[in-house]
Ligand binder design. Structure first.
Ligand SMILES: C[S@@+](CC[C@H](N)C(=O)[O-])C[C@H]1O[C@@H](n2cnc3c(N)ncnc32)[C@H](O)[C@@H]1O
Length: 326
C-alpha cells in the first residue's frame, strides 16, 4: 500500500506526457535492437532517449523522434564532452541541465570533491571514473585527463567531465576544452554554483554588501608549484572595500594573511574559513585576518576549505548568530 501510494504521488509530480514516452520505449525496443547491432550504440540511443523524453515531456513522442535518435547514435554522430559543474556539495544545488547531462552520459570522469550523492543521479549503467586532484597528493596528470576525454569521445562515448563547483573557476577547464577542440570534438559547458556562492548562501550573508564592499575577487592560495602565488595583486587584496575569496587556502593561509597585512590590510579585518560548504558536515571558524590561520587548523583534515576576507565576513558572523537564535 505504501509503495502504491508513493508511486501515485511520484506520478502526480511528473509531466503527463512522460507516460507516452515510457510506452514508446517499450514499443521501440525491438526496432532499436534490430537497427543497432552494437551494445554501445543501443546504450547511447537510450541515453539520448531519456534526455529527449525530459525535454519533450509535455508532448507525445513521434516517429521523427525515433529517426532523430537513431541518426544521433555515436556510430553516426561521434561522441561528445560536456564539462558539468557539480556545485559545492549539496546535490540540490545542481542545475537541471547538469542532472540531464548526468542522466545521458555513458561515461563520467569526476573529481574527488564530487559527492557520491551527486554521482548517484547518473544512470546506473554509466561508467564512473575518478580522476581526483587533491593539491599535490597522488592524482591523475592533467594531460592524461585531457587525452582520456578525447579518446573516449572519439570512441563515440557521451562523456561528462564532472567538476566540483563551477567548472570555469579554478577548474583547469581551459586545458580540457582546448584538447577537445583541437581534436574536433564538440564541447558543452554547464556552469555550477561555486564554493564561494555556496558558502555565502549557507551562512546567510551577501558577498557584496553595499555598505562595506565595492568589489569581489576570487584568488588562489595554491600556485602550480603548491606555494602561495607570488604574483597575486596584493594592492587589490589590501583594498578595505574588497571581498576576497581564497580558493585552496589551507596550506598557505598564514602566509596569505601575513602578505595581505604587509600590503596594508588591517589585521583586524574579519575573516571566515568555511569547510565543506553546503554539505551536511559544513563547519566554519570566524576570526580576524591576523588570527584566522591558527583557528582554521582545527577544521577537519582533508576537507575543502574556502577563506573569505573582508568586512562582509563580519555580517556573516552576525547572520550566523541570528540563524542560531531563530
Ligand atoms: C580546484 S578548486 C575548484 C573550485 C571549484 N571549481 C568551485 O568553483 O568551487 C578546489 C577548491 O575549491 C574550494 N571548495 C570546493 N568545494 C568546497 C566546499 N564545499 N567548501 C569549501 N570549499 C570548497 C576549496 O578551496 C578547494 O580547495
Amino acid at each position: 500500500m505504501l509503495g502504491q501510494s508513493i508511486r501515485a504521488r511520484i506520478e502526480a509530480m511528473l509531466p503527463r506526457g512522460l507516460s507516452a514516452w515510457a510506452e514508446a520505449a517499450k514499443s521501440w525496443r525491438p526496432r532499436v535492437k534490430s537497427r543497432l547491432e552494437r551494445f554501445a550504440d543501443r546504450r547511447a540511443f537510450w541515453a539520448a532517449f531519456v534526455g529527449r523524453a525530459w525535454a519533450g515531456a509535455e508532448r507525445a513522442p513521434e516517429e521523427a523522434d525515433f529517426e532523430a535518435l537513431l541518426a544521433g547514435t555515436p556510430e553516426r554522430r561521434g561522441g561528445s564532452v560536456t564539462l558539468v559543474g557539480a556545485g559545492p556539495g549539496d546535490p540540490e544545488l545542481l542545475t537541471m541541465k547538469a542532472v540531464r547531462a548526468l542522466q545521458t552520459a555513458t561515461i563520467i570522469l569526476h573529481d574527488d570533491l564530487v559527492a557520491p550523492e551527486i554521482l548517484d543521479l547518473a544512470r546506473r549503467e554509466a561508467v564512473r571514473i575518478a580522476v581526483g586532484k587533491r593539491g599535490h597528493g597522488p592524482s591523475v596528470r592533467q594531460s592524461e585527463i585531457d587525452s582520456r576525454l578525447v579518446a573516449l569521445a572519439q570512441a563515440g562515448e557521451t562523456v561528462v567531465r564532472l567538476k566540483g563547483g563551477d567548472p570555469l573557476i579554478f577548474g583547469r577547464a581551459t586545458e580540457e576544452i582546448e584538447a577537445c577542440r583541437a581534436a574536433g570534438i564538440a564541447v558543452e559547458i554547464i556552469p555550477g554554483i561555486s564554493a564561494a556562492q555556496g558558502a555565502a548562501a549557507a551562512l546567510g550573508f551577501s558577498l557584496t554588501e553595499r555598505r562595506v564592499a565595492r568589489r569581489i575577487q576570487f584568488v588562489t592560495g595554491h600556485g602550480a608549484d603548491g606555494e602561495l602565488p607570488a604574483d597575486l595583486d596584493w594592492s587589490s587584496v589590501a583594498d578595505p572595500a574588497a571581498t576576497t575569496i581564497v580558493y585552496m587556502p589551507r596550506a598557505t593561509m598564514s602566509q596569505f594573511a601575513a602578505a595581505a597585512i604587509a600590503a596594508g590590510l588591517d589585521p583586524a579585518t574579519p575573516a571566515l574559513a568555511v569547510a565543506n560548504a553546503t554539505r551536511a558536515d559544513q563547519n566554519h571558524v570566524a576570526a580576524s585576518l591576523a588570527s584566522i590561520a591558527g583557528l582554521a587548523e582545527g577544521l577537519p583534515a582533508g576537507a575543502p576549505v574556502i577563506l573569505i576576507v573582508g568586512q562582509v565576513a563580519r555580517s556573516a558572523t552576525e547572520a550566523v548568530k541570528l540563524l542560531r537564535a531563530a
